[in-house]
Design a protein around this ligand. Structure first.
Ligand code: EPU
Length: 423
């Protein structure tokens, strides 16, 4: 990503109800897992429905830094060939600032028996330890060490194991699935993550010849196979982008159809939006969202799947600033994901936090266009929603965060009638 992009600002003229239809892109987080999975084989893997976003470009660079070729074979089609890997250690400056890059550990362990990576960075939303990943690798017989800032993991042949994950970590579960796919024997991940992105990775690995069952539950079984092969795999729709557009339609008092969604993945969001008084119609792979009358205050809790996604906690808080009464927002996944509330206050929201995991919102309060800053990808998306609902002009700095996770967000919103431009 260029320095130019990093200084980007979005300017929104608020107060226009969003109307029309918008299509969702493929899932960012499912794509990062799929890209790592391609490292497991020397044959080509072709990924379809890949979003054209900053994090995918950075993950491509991470893969290239160890010798994989990664090319766009067409719009949203990524071709990865890891036949000639020359290293088990991706470039520190690339891997260190992308959380999802740590998935190369599990894949490289499976492929080469060794891997090293820096402590993965990512958004400032909590401490984000990696103990679940490392404990799982150790249980599979790996030696763990440190070389400077890198974690080094080596094995003389991965062995299947019964692993208890202290927390149902999404990337942790994916990393262990990647390593276990070709391990000797069976691996069981107890208290694994059930998120759709984990299910998406299992579907890809199974299409490569792996034997993974139990995904979608918290006990995942991986029967190790001798070898995997290349595949063509379609990335699942981005439930977080879909949710962001659904909330955008509701918060602007608009009416929108969000196309290409997987409704099952959005069940918790739909339930909470309805409870808050938003009209939601489910139709195949479409979600129709509109408002009839006032919104009601509700309590939301961000939890592991199938609970409400932590990534939709900030966008939902913007919606609740327009609801009558006192809403409680509990963030139960990350310990520091309410920093955006300070920016929302600048825009007129009545929101206070108690500690770092609960926000109390009194509404409805009119939002007023202001100058604010995107702190991370989802907090940035939430501020865009606030800007769309606000009167007057909102300037959002540092929108490169949003570009990491949302494809053409300005263009897609303009298609729904938003007045939004990049300066
Ligand atoms: N945790 C541990 N130990 C670990 C790993 C995690 O205690 O070894 C704890 C964390 O401290 C946190 C909780 O587990 O409290 C959840 O972390 P998790 O590991 O599940 O998150 P992640 O895998 O690092 C992915 C997504 C996030 C998303 C979370 C939760 C990717 C690249 N990132 O992160 O997405 O919020 O799962 O669903 O898949 C985003 O897209 O904006 C984003 C941040």
């Amino acid at each position: 990503m260029s320095a130019q992009r990093k200084t980007n600002t979005l300017v929104i003229e608020g107060g226009h109800p969003l109307r029309g239809a918008v299509s969702v892109s493929g899932s960012k987080n499912a794509t990062l897992g799929a890209m790592a999975a391609a490292l497991l084989v020397s044959e080509e893997c072709v990924l379809k429905n890949v979003p054209d976003i900053g994090d995918v470009e950075q993950m491509a660079q991470v893969l290239r830094s160890i010798g994989a070729s990664v090319d766009w074979a067409g719009p949203h089609v990524l071709r990865i060939n890891a036949a000639k890997l020359h290293s088990s250690s991706p470039a520190t400056e690339l891997a260190g600032s992308l959380r999802g890059s740590f998935l190369v550990m599990g894949a490289l362990l499976g492929r080469l028996g060794e891997a090293s990576c820096p402590q993965p960075g990512g958004d400032v939303i909590g401490q984000r330890p990696i103990d679940v990943h490392l404990a799982g690798f150790a249980a599979m017989g790996c030696r763990l060490g440190r070389e400077g800032e890198k974690y080094v993991v080596e094995s003389d042949g991965l062995k299947g194991a019964r692993i208890f994950a202290d927390y149902p970590s999404v990337l942790g579960t994916q990393n262990l699935m990647l390593a276990a796919a070709t391990a000797r024997g069976t691996t069981t991940i107890v208290n694994g993550a059930a998120e759709p992105e984990v299910q998406g990775l299992a579907a890809m690995l199974n299409s490569m010849g792996a034997r993974i069952t139990g995904v979608g539950s918290h006990t995942i079984t991986v029967e190790g196979v001798q070898a995997l092969h290349g595949t063509r795999h379609r990335i699942i729709p981005d439930r977080l982008e879909a949710g962001t557009f659904a909330i955008a339609a509701a918060v602007t008092n608009g009416r929108a159809e969000i196309r290409g969604v997987e409704l099952n993945h959005l069940f918790s969001l739909i339930a909470k939006m309805r409870e808050a008084g938003v009209m939601v119609e489910e139709a195949g792979d479409k979600l129709r969202v509109w408002r009839e009358g006032e919104l009601r205050a509700v309590t939301i809790q961000a939890l592991p799947y199938p609970g409400l996604a932590t990534d939709l906690q900030a966008p939902m808080a913007v919606l609740l600033s327009q609801a009558r009464g006192v809403s409680y927002v509990h963030e139960r996944v990350f310990e520091n994901r309410l920093l955006y509330t300070g920016e929302l206050r600048k825009m007129g929201a009545e929101v206070v936090t108690t500690g770092t995991t609960t926000a109390i919102i009194s509404g409805p309060t009119p939002l007023i266009g202001s100058s604010v800053r995107a702190l991370d990808v989802r907090a940035g998306a939430a501020l865009i929603l606030a800007g769309l609902a606000a009167s007057g002009r909102t300037e959002i700095a540092d929108v490169y965060h949003v570009d990491r996770g949302y494809e053409r967000i300005g263009g897609k919103l303009r298609g729904l009638g938003a007045v939004i431009e990049r300066v």
